[in-house]
Design a protein around this ligand. Structure first.
Ligand SMILES: Nc1nc2c(c(=O)[nH]1)N[C@H]1C(S)=C(S)[C@@H](COP(=O)(O)OP(=O)(O)OC[C@H]3O[C@@H](n4cnc5c(=O)[nH]c(N)nc54)[C@H](O)[C@@H]3O)O[C@H]1N2
Ligand SMILES: Nc1nc2c(c(=O)[nH]1)N[C@H]1C(S)=C(S)[C@@H](COP(=O)(O)OP(=O)(O)OC[C@H]3O[C@@H](n4cnc5c(=O)[nH]c(N)nc54)[C@H](O)[C@@H]3O)O[C@H]1N2
Ligand SMILES: [Mo]
Length: 771
């Protein structure tokens, strides 16, 4: 590798240090200076994730119990600086640029203009957004929604930053209007978890608490990159490493944050230049090879168990748990016996010996936790992957006891809470019954659209309106060509947002841009400043209260905006929307009436660290059809496109260290050695050689055509191939630029999650390199 990378390629180097450390502090200083000027509001940053401050909009990792000291996190600080910026996108800015001109700006430039300050409406005659008063905007939106042929012609998108209060009012409004069309960011993210885990263990959420990490012997990290996306988790992994727990990483790429970490909280590490190793074992399967790895580990456990029993050694499998709590085990065993090691090796890209070694570490751990992220869910077999993780845990009774369990790392800071309070296109009858009993209004019972179905319905002209509570839907979705076209066909698009992004520029007949308060800002209503509540990845619900002066007097809170839209759209509504926005305690009282798990909501959320929602599986109560935990067998080992398309590589689209989803803070990806650019593709040196390419060569990345009759139209041109420690047959490029290569039809049929992490592609030397 060193040889192949000797060539000097601009902006491509090697990062030799650990994650964290001084580099992280410098990056924060730069972000604050760039967004907030010098010296301003540093104190405010210190209030992130403090009991009386605001919840960090960065990620959904929980706060430690002993949250007295400021928990430093580089990317949390960047997220806050990006929201608390002093830059402003004013009506003057919109007057100076047509929407067509704005569309030519990069995603970074659009958001870097700063916070939106005034409600705006699109004016087709001048191709500009022009200022509008709140009241006029609302009455036009209400009128347009009422003019739709039927309620299911409207789509209500939610991105996962919305608070429980905003999300609950939003689903109430849309359901009173008459639809269950709730596409949300979770449809692109952990939907495979929401579908797969309930089938296996009866809950759709993680079963562990932060304390479990203090008691486990082994932590497995499947397909997630905490050094960038959940940096506060590194403190937890560091503590586990220091007390001798095994940390096993399963990831096609070498990620620095999973190798070594210097804690900015540790004066010794910082001053002496020391770091703590994280992974005790780093396994690099092929992209999409996880099901094969997990099935291999289960097969190894089974074989070790048989040997142990034959030799009268302690068993490897928890038979008492399997007999007492589960179904389907015999089917799993039969399937594993039928699966041959050479097939497992080919599908995983790992040797039998290496998989057996990983299985042995798992078998030696009295209690193990499996953490996972997008590397598991964003595949056509995402739901099956989640089932396999559950199977492997169940084989050793690793669910529902101290130090053991499953830990999906949720994405947006309140995506889990939004789901809990009713943002779902497939509501249960029990939930709708309670909604009807609480509000005395009939609720729609038809299944609604998820994100992919929303785009399809918009393209087909069946859905005519999109309301977006945050996010950047058509940019986050696959295939921008189709999704952009879908947006332009709408009669009405309404964006509730903090910053300008490309979705807002894909205007329909009528488009509105409604600027809202962010989490860092004081939310003043009739009864005084309000708190909102959020739920983290471990089902802890806690309060968040903004502390900054709003970016503009014209901003409104998300609950206020939703209520105003509801009033304008539903003149006959039985809900007292004004009373709810005047005092958010009243919204929480309603949430409690619909969801009994929120018992004493207002009282309990005023505790400094909030409260944990009940989780049946973590108490070994199984809310599945069988009333037991289910072993769910997966046929085969997953897709291997390389076999059908010789020479194809599997592409995963990933996040850099300097972005938050479609928000591009900057162009560096420090831990991967990339500076000031994003137009790269990470390739294994042997694959480069086999393709006759060299490190630094310009290449075209062409998606293997899976849409009949449209050959070769999905090409990402002129990107630089970077030799990287990535498994053979696998390549990686940045999201959202590479979304161009992902077909809208390429999703997990079980959950609808787009297959952003297994995109078969060809790499070719660039036909017309622009050096
Ligand atoms: N700073 C920052 N924080 C964030 C976000 C952000 O963009 N920026 N996004 C938030 C959101 S919404 C989410 S969902 C999370 C995302 O957090 P992650 O799940 O960490 O997201 P990704 O960067 O998409 O990819 C994760 C990892 O999957 C690996 N991977 C790719 N393909 C495979 C595979 O087939 N198998 C395995 N085992 N691994 C694979 C990649 O190498 C990468 O290390 O982070 C949240 N937090
Ligand atoms: N190729 C590829 N595509 C992917 C992924 C991938 O790994 N690869 N990941 C997928 C995943 S996991 C996710 S979650 C989606 C993300 O999809 P989204 O959640 O739709 O996208 P974001 O980029 O997080 O949204 C950014 C915008 O949110 C708005 N915003 C920020 N804060 C607030 C707020 O407090 N309130 C409101 N109302 N608006 C706010 C700003 O205007 C900002 O421009 O993308 C998915 N797309
Ligand atoms: Mo996500």
């Amino acid at each position: 590798m060193d040889d192949t990378r000797r060539k000097d390629v601009p902006g491509v180097g090697r990062y030799g240090g650990p994650a964290g450390g001084w580099g992280a502090l410098q990056a924060v200083a730069r972000a604050i200076r760039g967004q907030m000027g010098t010296g301003r509001n540093a104190i405010m940053l210190m209030r992130v994730n403090q009991p009386d401050g605001f919840d960090c909009p960065g990620c959904a990792w929980p706060d430690p119990r002993h949250g007295s000291s400021f928990e430093f996190c580089e990317n949390g600080a960047k997220a806050v600086a990006w929201e608390a910026t002093s830059h402003r996108t004013t009506p003057g800015f919109f007057a100076a640029h047509t929407v067509t001109e704005l569309f030519r700006m990069t995603d970074h430039e659009l958001e870097d203009e700063g916070r939106l300050t005034h409600p705006m409406a699109y004016d087709a005659a001048t191709d500009r957004y022009v200022p509008i008063e709140w009241e006029d905007a609302m009455s036009r939106i209400g009128e347009a929604l009422r003019a739709l042929p039927h309620p299911d012609a409207a789509e209500f998108y939610t991105s996962g930053r919305a608070s429980n209060e905003a999300a609950f009012l939003y689903q109430l409004f849309a359901r009173e209007f008459g639809t269950n069309n709730f596409p949300d960011c979770s449809n692109m993210c952990h939907e495979a978890t929401s579908v797969g885990m309930p089938e296996s263990i009866g809950v759709g959420k993680g079963t562990v608490t932060l304390e479990d990490f203090d008691h486990c012997d082994a932590i497995f990290c499947f397909g997630h990159n905490p050094g960038t996306n959940h940096p506060r988790m590194l403190a937890t992994l560091r503590a586990a490493s220091r007390r001798g727990a095994q940390i096993i990483v399963v990831n096609p790429l070498r990620e620095r944050g999973l190798e070594r970490f210097t804690s900015p909280q540790s004066p010794a590490e910082m001053s002496l230049g020391l770091s703590t190793p994280i992974a005790t074992q780093y396994v690099q399967p092929r992209i999409g090879g996880d099901a094969a790895v997990i099935k291999g580990m289960m097969k190894a456990l089974l074989e070790a168990d048989r040997e142990a029993r034959a030799g009268l050694l302690p068993p490897v499998i928890d038979q008492a748990f399997i007999d007492g709590h589960t179904t389907g085990y015999d089917g799993l065993v039969a399937n594993l016996d039928d699966t041959a090691w050479p097939d497992i090796e080919a599908a995983s890209g790992l040797t039998q010996q290496s998989i057996e070694e990983t299985a042995r570490i798992y078998a030696d751990a009295k209690a193990a936790i499996f953490c996972y992220g997008m590397g598991i869910t964003q595949h056509r077999q995402g739901t099956a992957n989640v089932h396999q993780l559950c199977n492997l845990l169940l084989m050793r009774g690793n669910i529902g006891r101290a130090g053991a369990g499953i830990c999906p790392l949720r994405g947006h800071s309140n995506v889990q809470g939004d789901r809990t309070v009713g943002i779902t296109e497939i509501p249960s009858d029990a939930f709708l019954d309670r909604m009807e009993a609480t509000f005395g209004t009939a609720m729609p019972r038809r299944r609604g659209h998820n994100a992919v179905e929303t785009m399809q319905a918009m393209l087909a002209g069946e859905s005519r309106a999109l309301i977006a509570l945050g996010g950047n839907l058509p940019v986050a979705m696959p295939d921008p060509e189709l999704c952009h076209a879908a947006m332009r066909k709408l009669d009405l698009s309404v964006h509730i947002a903090t910053k300008l992004n490309r979705s807002h520029l894909l205007v329909g007949k009528q488009s509105f841009l409604l600027p809202c308060l962010g989490r860092t800002e004081i939310d003043m209503q009739e009864t005084g400043p309000q708190s909102v509540t959020v739920e983290d990845s471990m089902s802890m619900v806690h309060a968040s209260r903004g502390t900054l002066q709003p970016a503009s007097d014209m901003l409104r809170s998300e609950p206020w905006i939703v209520a105003a839209m509801a009033k304008a759209t539903l003149p006959g509504s039985k809900v007292d929307w004004d009373a709810l926005t005047a005092d958010y305690n009243r919204i929480r009282d309603l949430i409690e009436r619909v969801f009994p798990d929120f018992k004493d909501y207002n009282a309990r959320v005023s505790e400094p660290l909030g409260f944990r929602l009940p989780n049946a599986a973590s108490a070994r109560r199984w809310n599945t059809n069988s009333k037991r935990a289910n072993f769910i067998t997966m046929e085969g080992l997953g897709e291997m496109p390389a076999r059908d398309h010789s020479g194809a590589l599997m592409l995963a689209t990933i996040r850099s260290h300097d972005q938050y989803n479609t928000t591009i803070y900057g162009y560096n990806d420090r831990y991967r050695g990339i500076t000031d650019r994003r137009d790269v593709i990470f390739v294994n040196p042997s694959d480069l050689e086999a393709l006759g390419l060299a490190h630094g060569d310009k290449v075209d990345v062409e998606a293997v055509s899976d849409r009949v009759g449209v050959p070769g139209n999905r090409v990402l041109r002129n990107v630089t191939a970077v030799a990287y420690e990535i498994s053979r047959g696998s390549v990686a490029a940045y999201y959202p630029e590479a979304n161009h290569l992902v077909a809208l039809e390429n999703f997990d049929p079980r959950s609808g999650t787009p297959s952003y992490k297994s995109v078969p592609v060809f790499l070719r030397a660039c036909r017309a390199p622009h050096q």
